[in-house]
Design a protein around this ligand. Sequence first.
Ligand code: BGC
Length: 511
Amino acid sequence: MVRKRWIALAALGLGLAYAATHIGVDRQAMYATPAPSATAPMAFPKGFYWGAAIAAQQAESQQPTDWTAFELDAVKNQRFETGAAPGVAKPGHIHDLGASSATVRQQKTGFDQLMGQDMAMAQGMGLNAFRFSIEWARLFPKPGMKAPDPQGIAYYKRLLAEMKQRGITPFATLFHFSSPAWFFEADASGKRGWERADALAHWQQFVTAVAENFVPDIEQWCTLNEPMVYVYNGYMEGVFPPLERRGDVVLAAPVIEALLRAHVIGYQTLHRVADAKKASVNVGFTKHTRAFEPLRNWAPLDRLTAQAVDQAFNWDFNDAVASGRLKLTNTSIDKEIEGLKGSQDYVGINYYGRFYIKSDILNPTKPQVLQHDPDAPAEPVNDLGWAMYPHGFYQILSQAHKRYGKPIFVLENGTADKADNDVGRQKLLVSHVREMWLAMQQEKVDLRGYIHWSLFDNFEWAEGFTARFGLAKVDYENGFKRTERPSAAVYREIAKANALSPELAARLGAP
Ligand code: BGC
C-alpha cells in the first residue's frame, strides 16, 4: 500500500515536472518563422515554377467515376448535411449539393468549355505551371476496353495545346481520388476497387495508355494525390467513396499497399516509355501534410499521440517509398514491396495548416483531431475552421528535405476563403511563400516549385461547392463566370518578379 502511494507520488512529481517544461509555449507567437524583416526582395531560383492546380472530378464535367456515382446518389437521397462543425464532413453526405443546379452538378466549373480562357487567366497571373489530373474514367469509361477512348485522349491533348501556346508547363496527376465506377464493382472474391485481384492490371493498362499518349508532352508527373487522405476519408471516415468505416487502419492496410504498388507501376511505366522515346520524365507522388500539435501542451499523452499521428499521417507513406518497406506506425505491419525503394524523383508536398491532437487515456488509439484550438479565439482560421500555420510549412519542408534529400515540389497549398476581398488567401499566400524562401535559405531545402490550390473555385469533395479555394471566384449559376480575387494580383506580383517583395511581406505576412 505504502509502496503504491510512493509510486503514485513519484508519477505525479514527474508529470508536474514534465508539465512545467511544456506549459506556457505561446503557440500563436510562433505563427511564422522568426527572421529579421527583409530589406531586399526574397528571390527564388531561376526557372522556379509558380503554378495553380485543379483536379478532374472537381473541375471537369462528370465522368462515370465512383465519385460521380456518389454525387448522383447523394442528390437522389438528399444527403446534403454537413458534420458537427464546419469543415467536418458527415459520412455519406455532400454538403449542400442540392442547392446547385443540375447543370452545375454535371459541369462542375465549366472547365471543359473554358479551359482556353482559364489558361489565359493563369498566364495573365504570370504563372508558368498548371497542375491537373487525367481522369481514368474519361479514358476507360467502360470495363473491358482494349484501348483508351480517343475522345478522352483528345480532350487532354486540347488542354496541353492551350498550355503550350502560353508557355505553361503541365504537371499531371494520375490518381486524384476518383476512379472508374466499374473499378468498384466486386470481383469474384467480393473485393472492390484497389483490393480487386485485377486492380493493378487495370491500373497498368491506364498508366501505359497515358504514358504512350502524353510522354514527352508532359514531363512532370505525380502518380498519386494524397494517398493517406484517400485511405482515411474513404476507408476510415466514410466521407469519400467507397464510404467505408473500417475502424482500424490495419483493416485498410491492403489499400495502402495497393496504392504503393500502383505508385511503383506509375513510376516504372512512365520511365520505361520515356526511355524508349528518348524523353525525360520527373515522377513522384504528393502527400497531404499538416503540422500536428498536442492540444494540451502539459499532457504527455497528447504530445506522444501528436508525434505518432505526425509519423503515421505525414511520413509513413513517404518512408515506405524511401526504404522499400511498408511499415505502419503503431501496427506490426512491416512488408517489403518490390521495386518501391527510392521510386521517386522528387518529394511532393501539399500543406494545409495545423491540427490539434487531444488524446483520451481510456481510448489512446482514437484521439480527437481538432481543426483549430478552441481556447485560442484569435487563431487565424479559414472558412472551414482550419488553423492557418505558416511556420508548420517551414517545418514540414525542412523535415522532408532532411529525411529524403530530394528535390521538393509543393503541389498544393491554399485556403478556403470565399470573400470577394480575400484577405485570408492573400495572407496565406504571402506568409507561405516567405516560409519557402526561409526554408531554402536557412535549411537548404531544394525547392523547385509552388503550385497553389486552386486556380478557381471548384467542387470541394464532401464540402460540395460551399468551400471556395479559388484565386478566381466562380459564379456557378451565371455561366461559370470567373472573377479574379485580389489574391490573384498578389500572386501575379510574386510570380512575375520570381520574388517576394519586402513590402508585400510586411503588409500581408502576419496574421
Ligand atoms: C486535395 C484537393 C482539395 C484540397 C482542399 C487536398 O486535400 O488534393 O483535391 O480540394 O486539398 O481541401
